[in-house]
Design a protein around this ligand. Structure first.
Ligand code: SF4
Length: 453
C-alpha cells in the first residue's frame, strides 16, 4: 500500500468524550500517514468509536460490523486491504468476545489504550494478528498521544473540547462507566494548560472542559498543590479564553467555589448540565447517587443566586427498577419546580454487569414508555418556553459554521441554544450580537445586528 495514500474513517457514537477521543486518534494517525476521510467506502482503516450508554449498544455495534464486513469483502476483491477497528466503551466491555463474534474485526482497543493503536495497526496489517488491548494502564494515555495538529484545530472551528478528567468512582447502579473507563483520573494541570494554549493560539473561542465527573477534577500545580475545576477555569479565563463551559458534573462534587464562579467569571457561559436522574430519594438511593433530592434543590438555589439567568439542564432515567407512581410523581415535581432549559431523558434499560440489571423489580416496558412520554412532554414545554423568552432579545452568539440555508450561519448562544443567523460567511469564528426573531423548541432564528447598535 502506498503509505501516503492511507485513509482513515472514524465513526463516533455517544458523548463528547468520544468526540474528543476521535479527534485525538485522528491527530495521532496523521503521524502514521493516515488522512481522515468522511466515508467508510474509501477508507483503509475504519474505526468504530463506540458508546455503551444506549440500549442494546453492543448489538448495534455488531450489526454495524455486519454492514462493514460486506464493504471489506468488496474492497478485498478490488485488491484493497481494510482494517476494521472497534474502539470505545463497547470495545472495553466486550473485549476479545468481539473477535469471536465478528471475525471481520481486526483490532479491539479500549479507551485507555488509544496510544497503542499505531503498533496494533502494524501488527494487524503485517503479521495478521488481531490485537486486543483493553488494559487500564498506569501511564497517562493523554501524555502518550501527540498534541493536536495546528491545522486540524483550525479546521475543526472555533469551539473545542478539552478532556481534563476520565473515569468514575461513583458506581451508580445503572452505569457502566466505572467498568469501561476505569477509576477517576485527573490530567496534570501543566498538560491541560499546554493543550489549552494550543487551542487558543489556533483561533478557538470556546473551550468545553470535559470529564465523566469533571467537577471531581483534582490536578496538581507546580508547587504540588491540588487544583480544583474552579481553579482551572479561573486559569483558563486569565489566559483570555473568550468562552468557557464544563461538563458533566455530579451533584456531590458541586462545591461552593465552583458554584460562585458562575457569578464571578463573565466568560463562564450561563449554562449548567447537572444530572439528577430522579426526584425520588428512594430511587436516588437505589441508584447509589449518594445525594438526596433536597441536596439538588439546594445546589440549584445557590447556582441561581450566583447567576440568576443561568440555563439548567439535567439527565433523567424513568422506570428504574422499583420506581412507583409516587417516585415518578416526585421526579415530575422536581422538573416543575426547577424549570429546565433543556434535558436528556431515557427509559431505564439494564446494562450487563451493573447491579441494577439483576434487580427482580423491573418496571414493565409499557409503563416506562408512558412515563417517559409524560416527562418528555413537560421538559419539551419548558424548553420551548425558555427559547421563546429570547424572542425580541439580542444575544451574543459564537458563529460556528454554515447553516442549513444559503446566507445563514449556525452558532450557539451563551445558553447553548442553536442559533440560525442571517449573516455572512466571514463571521465564522466571531462572537456577534444576534437579535432573535423567532424560536422553536430546538432552534433560535435571528439576524446579525452587531454593526447596527
Ligand atoms: S457518576 Fe454515576 S452515572 Fe455518572 S459516570 Fe459515574 S457511575 Fe456513571
Amino acid at each position: 500500500m502506498n503509505e501516503a495514500a492511507k485513509k482513515v474513517f472514524i465513526k463516533s457514537y455517544g458523548c463528547q468524550m468520544n468526540v474528543y477521543d476521535a479527534e485525538r486518534m485522528a491527530d495521532m494517525l496523521e503521524g502514521e500517514a493516515y488522512k481522515e476521510v468522511s466515508s467508510a467506502e474509501e477508507a483503509d482503516l475504519i474505526i468504530l468509536n463506540t458508546c455503551h450508554i444506549r440500549e442494546k449498544a453492543a448489538e448495534k455495534v455488531y450489526s454495524e460490523i455486519g454492514r462493514l464486513k460486506q464493504l471489506k469483502a468488496k474492497r478485498q476483491k478490488e485488491g484493497k486491504q481494510t482494517l476494521l477497528t472497534v474502539a470505545g466503551c463497547v470495545a472495553q466491555a466486550e473485549g476479545a468476545e468481539i473477535l469471536r463474534r465478528a471475525p471481520a474485526v481486526d483490532i479491539v482497543v479500549g479507551p485507555q489504550s488509544y496510544h497503542h493503536l499505531p503498533d496494533m495497526l502494524k501488527s494487524a496489517a503485517s503479521a495478521r494478528k488481531k490485537p486486543v488491548d483493553t488494559d487500564f494502564p498506569t501511564i497517562d494515555k493523554f501524555a502518550a498521544l501527540p498534541e493536536p495538529h495546528e491545522q486540524k484545530i483550525q479546521d475543526r472551528g472555533p469551539t473545542a473540547f478539552l478532556t481534563i478528567q476520565e473515569g468514575c468512582d461513583k458506581f451508580c447502579t445503572f452505569c457502566v462507566v466505572p467498568y469501561t473507563r476505569g477509576a477517576e483520573y485527573s490530567r496534570p494541570l501543566k498538560e491541560v494548560l499546554k493543550e489549552a494554549d494550543r487551542l487558543l493560539e489556533n483561533g478557538v473561542k470556546e473551550v468545553t472542559v470535559l470529564g465523566q465527573n469533571v467537577n471531581a477534577y483534582h490536578g496538581e500545580d507546580e508547587k504540588g498543590d491540588t487544583v480544583s475545576l474552579a481553579d482551572l477555569l479561573r486559569t483558563l479565563a486569565a489566559k483570555g479564553t473568550p468562552r468557557l463551559r464544563y461538563t458533566t458534573s455530579h451533584p456531590r462534587d458541586m462545591d461552593e467555589d465552583l458554584i460562585n464562579l458562575h457569578g464571578e467569571l463573565p466568560v463562564m457561559m450561563p449554562y449548567l448540565h447537572l444530572p439528577v436522574q430522579s426526584g425520588s430519594d428512594r430511587i436516588l438511593e437505589a441508584m447509589n447517587r449518594q445525594h438526596k433530592a433536597s441536596h439538588y434543590y439546594q445546589i440549584i438555589e445557590k447556582v441561581r443566586k450566583a447567576c440568576p439567568h443561568i440555563a439548567l439542564s439535567s439527565d433523567f432515567i424513568v422506570g428504574f427498577p422499583g420506581e412507583t407512581d409516587q417516585d415518578f410523581k416526585d421526579t415530575m415535581k422536581l422538573i416543575e419546580n426547577i424549570d429546565f432549559a433543556q434535558s436528556f431523558s431515557f427509559k431505564y434499560s439494564p446494562r450487563p454487569g451493573t447491579p441494577a440489571s439483576s434487580s427482580t423489580d423491573q418496571v414493565p416496558e409499557e409503563l416506562k414508555s408512558e412515563r417517559l412520554a409524560q416527562l418528555q412532554d413537560l421538559l419539551e414545554k419548558q424548553r420551548l418556553k425558555f427559547n421563546q423568552a429570547t424572542v425580541g432579545q439580542t444575544v451574543s452568539v459564537l458563529v460556528e459554521r454554515r447553516g442549513k440555508e444559503t446566507g445563514i450561519m449556525s452558532g450557539r448562544s451563551p445558553y447553548l441554544q442553536t442559533v440560525q443567523i442571517e449573516t455572512s460567511l466571514s463571521r465564522i469564528g466571531d462572537i456577534i450580537d444576534v437579535r432573535i426573531k423567532r424560536a422553536s423548541a430546538n432552534t433560535l432564528y435571528g439576524e446579525d445586528v452587531t454593526n447596527t447598535r
